[in-house]
Write a protein that binds this ligand. Structure first.
Ligand code: TRP
Ligand code: ZN
Length: 884
């Protein structure tokens, strides 16, 4: 289905709309309803007869009564879109089974049985990319969260742990490589060009960690020796032509394995560790035991086609999936409400790993930027939920920035309060106590509490309450003493009208204005709704630096003299606090400007303060270019909108661009000199060279705003001279926003140069969809008709439409055309890939926080989606929660 056609498929009158079938009432699953499964499944043997369009699956389950659960005279095996071809119990064919909502229900009266079920599936027709599916001629699986039930009937829940034996057979020419979890224990030839392999995974695991891959792949092989001397064979499997681009992923993997031994005492536990890269994938990657499956985007890189940011993202995701081997696989989740148990903890682990591999300061700033631009809006909108949700209808909708990134922040706060060493004692206890179990968030908190000797009594509220706390700060100074009065407010969120105060750890420092030094950092914990903290011995009023390192995921509200922010932007010794002072300075000014509350003199004062801080940043020899680049980044439009009760996207865009233009013009000479200086830097992967590249493109961004004509020439020159993707993409991004002859020539050149490299063509789509060009919306419309665009590949869909939905000036056009395009996309994509379709709903769901005219248009599009017949559970849950 194409996008244009869905519009005319709309019911033209209300009667027709009424006649459409009601969307399936979304069944709510509740955390408090958890009950253990009545049966254990200690072993499963799977036998696959592989074919792209026809795969036959035979599953043999050893089942035993679970003494810890109420007795049942039947077993419910989850299924989704499956028909049982044959069912047997203890070797005898049976037909007294029934089917209920896709599940297979089988009477069972003894204490232990062998249950065998045969199913047949069509991987080529699987466009949802959940279960067993085809991608570029190969077969692969994605089972988290509930994909295993699309392969065979099984208790598809994370608290049922089994050891897996997997046999697969298929044509050798089509599937020369046959992989599954664990170790390969046998292989051989079959009839008529077929071959087979048998795999065994000794570690009991839930079904969501099962994986199988069959295809024509080549392998980058390496070895790793663990600290206790175990030799591990490492393999990264890709299409033959991609092999040269696996070097960085392999290095990242080895670094991850070493780091987890050192930082968390975690050692790898199999003789084999495989990674497979797949170009059709719903998310970033998946931690299947011993057989991680990755989106190609997070594996493949070389200097000519991947940016510095791509290299960092690969390192982070490789680390993330590897770290799941302990935080997720050895200790897994009892139920999906506990998702943050593995995801929050693993995100924290990958953040600490990336910080250790590169710059801790930069990593922290980047992580906070992501949190604020994605998680904060989630937490203040209709889809807000605690990091441990209470209910869901479709679990795929809860793989969110809240569960992942806020989840990581919550655990990071425990680490901040305990200190690194005591926190490590807590995690050691957690792994020792729960190894081999399906655990809960409460289990984790209790282990940290005991191991780290930390009272986390009321801290548990962070797991239960949604919403970003607001902390207001007032500072009094009298008679040598500073009194800080802190107050917290956790805002109401859907289903949680009233909140309790939560313990909030705040790192702070008080700076002496003359010496520009402080006498040591303090950690205060705001336990109650309100508290005062007194510090004595100050000869004059100090400058307060608070929430240093972003020690708590809160928003700080305080009135600060812009001069103090300029001071902190220049002299704070905490890099995050320095960045924060710059952000606060700009946010304060832009909010005033957007609110229309600035006269000419006020405008001038605000801009001058920013100019002063900027000039200092540009000239400061005390910081490196990576940090300089960070400090130059203006707060995003999303973050600015977040500061307002009701936002006018047009006004935010106008004022933010206005400031950029003004700074670009004022600082033209310095920025041009900076761009020249950075252009001389070496072209390697050293921090200095990376910093220079970051700076080059940042300088262009401002120059393009201030003096577009000159900037276009500079950007074109940077593009033409580029010997790496960072410089080339940066230059093209700037050019894409300008109306200049250089623009179209370079866009065409980029396409021709990289045509055939899907990941780079994704960049080509995204650059245009993200651009500041006044016709960006029309460009996106045209790109949707481009022969390289397809709704069947999630990377391509995201590169065009996620980029567009995150481009405020294009998405929020006053006529509502951007909203209509995203709604059309959701309707067209939903029948193909509901999980990916549902991810676009939040962009429309923010309507209550947008000015009334646009809010009405956004809401109307949500209603149009809601009225469509046959909507998936994924999309209907997100849409109905957005309208509620
Ligand atoms: N567990 C994966 C991770 O965080 C996430 C994931 C990969 C996923 N693929 C998915 C979640 C598909 C839901 C559906 O690393
Ligand atoms: Zn994860």
């Amino acid at each position: 289905m194409d996008i244009a056609r869905t519009q005319s498929a709309l019911p033209e009158n209300p009667e027709m709309a009424d006649a459409a079938p009601e969307p399936r009432a979304p069944l709510l699953i509740r955390r408090e309803d958890y009950t253990p499964f009545p049966w254990l499944v200690p072993e499963i043997a799977l036998d696959f007869a592989l074919g792209l369009e026809k795969t036959r699956v035979h599953a043999a389950l050893t089942v035993q009564r679970n003494a810890a659960a109420p007795r049942s005279e039947s077993i419910r095996l989850n299924g989704d879109g499956l028909t049982p071809i044959a069912v047997a119990v203890d070797g005898e064919a049976v037909n007294d089974w029934s089917v209920d909502g896709g599940d297979l229900i089988l009477p069972l009266h003894g204490d232990s049985h062998l249950v065998e079920v045969t199913t047949q599936i069509d991987p080529l027709a699987n466009s949802q990319l959940m279960g067993l599916y085809a991608s570029g001629g190969m077969l692969c699986t994605q089972c988290e969260a509930e994909g295993f039930r699309r392969i065979t009937f099984f208790p598809d829940r994370p608290d049922v742990l089994s050891t897996y034996r997997v046999r697969m057979e298929g044509p050798r020419s089509q599937f020369p490589v046959l992989l599954s979890n664990g170790n390969r224990v046998a292989q051989g030839d079959g009839e008529e060009g077929a071959h087979w392999a048998e795999w065994h995974d000794p570690w009991p695991k839930p079904s969501y960690l099962f994986a199988l891959v069959a295809g024509d792949l080549v392998c980058n092989r390496d070895r790793f020796v663990t600290r206790s001397g175990r030799e591990v064979e490492l393999g990264i499997w890709v299409r033959e032509s991609d092999l040269p681009r696996t070097v960085h992923a392999m290095q990242s993997l080895k670094n991850s394995m070493r780091w987890d031994e050192e930082a968390f005492g975690r050692e790898y536990d199999l003789d084999l560790f495989n990674i497979v890269a797949v170009s059709d994938f719903n998310m970033g990657a998946m931690e299947n035991k011993g057989l991680n499956i990755f989106n190609t985007k997070y594996v493949l890189a070389d200097r000519g086609t991947a940016t510095d940011a791509d290299y960092d993202a690969i390192e982070g995701v490789i680390g993330h999936e590897y770290f799941h081997n302990w935080s997720g696989n050895r200790v897994t989740c009892r139920d999906w409400f506990q998702l943050s148990l593995k995801e929050g903890f693993t995100v924290l682990r990958d953040q600490l790993f990336s910080a250790a591999m590169g710059s801790e300061a930069i990593k922290r700033i980047e992580d906070v930027r992501v949190l604020r631009s994605i998680q904060f809006p989630e937490d203040s909108g209709p889809l807000a939920h605690p990091i441990r949700p209470d209910s869901y209808s479709e679990i795929s909708n809860f793989y969110t920035a809240t569960v992942y990134n806020k989840g990581a922040e919550v655990i990071r706060m425990m680490r901040t309060m305990a200190g690194t060493e005591r926190f490590r004692r807590g995690t050691d206890l957690y792994f020792a106590r729960h190894d081999g179990e399906a655990a809960t968030c409460e289990d984790f908190v209790r282990a940290i509490e005991e191991g780290a000797e930390l009272d986390l009594g009321r801290f548990r509220l962070w797991y239960a309450q949604a919403g970003t706390p607001k902390v207001s700060v007032a500072m009094d100074y009298a008679d040598d003493a500073v009194t800080l009065r802190l107050r917290q407010l956790v805002p109401p969120t859907p289903g949680q009208p009233e909140k309790q105060p939560m313990p909030i750890p705040l790192r702070l420092a008080l700076f002496d204005r003359e010496s520009r030094a402080h006498r040591g950092e303090e950690l205060v914990v705001l336990e109650e709704a309100e508290a005062s903290f007194r510090f004595t011995g100050f000869a004059q009023r100090p400058v307060l630096s608070i929430n240093r390192g972003f020690s708590a995921p809160v928003s700080i509200e305080r009135r600060v003299d812009p001069a103090d922010l300029v001071f902190l932007a220049q002299y704070d010794d905490d890099p995050f606090a320095r960045y924060e002072a710059m952000q606060d300075l700009v946010v304060g000014h832009l909010c005033d400007a957007i609110g229309g509350g600035l006269d000419d003199a006020g405008m001038e004062r605000g801009r001058d303060a920013i100019l002063q801080a900027f000039s200092a940043v540009l000239a400061d020899d005390g910081i490196d270019d990576l940090m300089r680049g960070e400090l130059m980044i203006l707060p995003s439009q999303t973050y600015l909108a977040e500061q307002m009760l009701v936002a006018d996207p047009h006004a935010i865009h106008r004022e933010r661009e206005g400031l950029k233009r003004w700074l670009g013009a004022k600082l033209e000479a310095q920025l041009a000199a900076l761009h020249d200086r950075a252009g001389e830097a070496a072209d390697d992967t050293s921090p200095a060279a990376r910093g220079a590249r970051k700076l080059k493109t940042q300088a262009l961004v401002y120059l393009a705003a201030g003096t577009p004509g000159h900037a276009a020439q500079r950007a074109a020159a940077q593009y033409d001279a580029a010997t790496n993707m960072t410089d080339r993409q940066g230059a093209l991004m700037v050019l894409a926003g300008l109306e200049s002859p250089e623009r179209s020539a370079r866009l065409a050149d980029f396409y021709d140069r990289y045509c055939g490299n899907a990941l780079v063509i994704d960049k080509w789509f995204a650059i245009q969809a993200q651009s500041l060009h006044p016709d960006a919306l029309a460009h996106v419309k045209a790109l949707a008709e481009h022969p390289d665009f397809t709704l069947r590949n999630p990377n391509r869909v995201r590169s065009l439409y996620m980029a567009f939905a995150a481009n405020p000036h294009a998405f929020h056009t006053a006529d509502g055309e951007g909203y209509r395009m995203i709604a059309d996309l959701i309707l067209a994509l939903d029948p193909i890939n509901p999980q990916t379709a549902a991810r676009f709903v939040p962009s429309l769901g923010r309507w209550r926080r947008i000015e009334p005219h646009r809010a009405g248009l956004m809401r109307a599009e949500l209603e149009r989606i809601a009225a469509a017949p046959g909507l998936s559970r994924d999309t209907s849950e997100q849409v109905s929660r957005s309208l509620a």
